[in-house]
Design a protein around this ligand. Structure first.
Ligand SMILES: Nc1ncnc2c1ncn2[C@@H]1O[C@H](COP(=O)(O)OP(=O)(O)O)[C@@H](O)[C@H]1O
Ligand SMILES: [Mg+2]
Length: 364
């Protein structure tokens, strides 16, 4: 699992991404300065509680954010090319403490973004979602779904070719009666089967990266594990990169090469899985997730349990957004004053493993 092929070159890097939504309550800072990377052939887990900005990060990469202002800052570099290139001149956002003035020609911005993503979205980067049945079009058969995606790779295909490619892919996702399933409509599929069909559909375009947004959350526990194992096998067979989004850190420990932990719109810790699990101390939030997953109940570890709830996405705390819930800040010399004031930068603790917590600043 924790193989060294992960120590390789970068396929996708998301740098200082900010994706905001203007709502009646104020500006929702769904993703607020998040950075993470996916190496070639790597299985990366993006982990965090509900509402931490995982899905919005994925949708930003795919260019599927429809609400304003949407992506307001950062870089999304895929295969060495920033897909947000040339967008700054049509998207100017000036930010002060209380408000954001949006000077953005939305239609022009979207056109340019879509043109930057041509040949990338759906083709080089595929995505699967939590609810497979509703992600499939009820009017199309399984073969038509897979065939359409294969068309992005092969160009125009006949019905017969689509059917053949579909049955081939259904076999690769270990469906035992591929011809019957190829003729089926989405409503005829069980949840687990529909997720396999979604995976086959995304992979038929032979992407380099598959983004899987909680693809097993809606499934029974036994089916969850089967789907995870399938993804892991296919990833190795195709030398595919996977960005696997989950709230379950145990999936990260068992399946991933790298982990990025997201909290309140930010990646607070990121690195190779062995580096993250090889430490006694991580980001206080990661520690909390690990301890909850391991169900450590000794009183000595009480500090490592996360108390309270995540902050409102409109009113993010100042400084480190985790500080109101952090039990460790009092151990710093200033009693955690700086944590309340200043946002920690990415402090490298080992290789490319970083932790955004003042506790790890060299000299402490
Ligand atoms: N289109 C939208 N408009 C307004 N707020 C949104 C929108 N999409 C997501 N959000 C908010 O952004 C935050 C992050 O959401 P999301 O990325 O879906 O979290 P996660 O996937 O980690 O559970 C949440 O507070 C959510 O309510
Ligand atoms: Mg989500």
């Amino acid at each position: 699992m924790k193989n060294n092929k992960a120590h390789n070159d970068t396929l996708l890097s998301v740098n200082n991404l900010k994706t905001f939504f203007y709502t009646r309550k104020g500006m929702v800072k769904a993703v607020d300065n998040a950075s993470f990377r996916v190496g070639r052939g790597e299985f990366v887990c993006l982990i965090g509680e509900s509402g931490s900005g995982k899905s919005v990060s994925a949708l930003s990469i795919m260019g599927l954010i429809d609400t304003t202002p949407g992506i307001v800052n950062g870089e999304i570099v895929f295969e060495g090319k920033n897909v947000l290139d040339g967008l700054k001149h049509v998207c100017t956002v000036t930010e002060n403490r209380t408000s954001i003035d949006i000077v953005k020609n939305v239609a022009a911005w979207k056109r340019k973004h879509s043109s930057n993503l041509e040949g990338v979205r759906g083709r080089q980067i595929g995505m699967i979602f939590q609810d497979p049945v509703s992600s499939l079009n009820p009017l199309f058969t399984v073969a038509e779904h897979i065939g359409e995606s294969a068309g992005l790779l092969h160009g125009k295909l006949t019905r017969k070719q689509k059917f053949e490619i579909a049955t081939d892919w259904l076999q690769r996702v270990r469906i035992s009666s591929p011809k019957d399933v190829a003729r089926a409509y989405p409503f005829q599929l069980s949840g687990g089967m529909a997720q396999r069909v979604m995976i086959a559909t995304a992979l038929a375009a032979e992407p380099k990266l598959l983004i899987a947004d909680e693809p097993t959350t809606a499934l029974d526990a036994s089916v969850q594990l089967e789907i995870l194992k399938l993804l892991k096998t296919i990833q190795e067979e195709m030398d595919l990169s996977i960005l696997f989004i989950t709230h379950d850190i145990s999936i990260g420990s068992n399946f991933s090469d790298s982990i990025a932990v997201m909290y309140a719109g930010r990646v607070v810790e990121s690195g190779y899985t062995e580096s993250i699990f090889g430490r006694d101390n991580n980001h206080p939030y990661t520690d909390g997730l690990l301890h909850a997953a391991m169900k450590v109940t000794t009183s000595a570890d009480d500090k490592k349990f996360i108390k309270g709830s995540p902050p409102d996405s409109v009113r993010r705390p100042s400084g480190c957004t985790f500080h109101p819930r952090c039990e460790m800040k009092h151990e710093l010399e200033d009693g955690g004053e700086r944590c309340e004031r200043e946002e920690p930068y990415e402090i490298i603790v080992n290789g490319n493993h970083y932790i955004r917590c003042w506790k790890y600043e060299p000299g402490h």
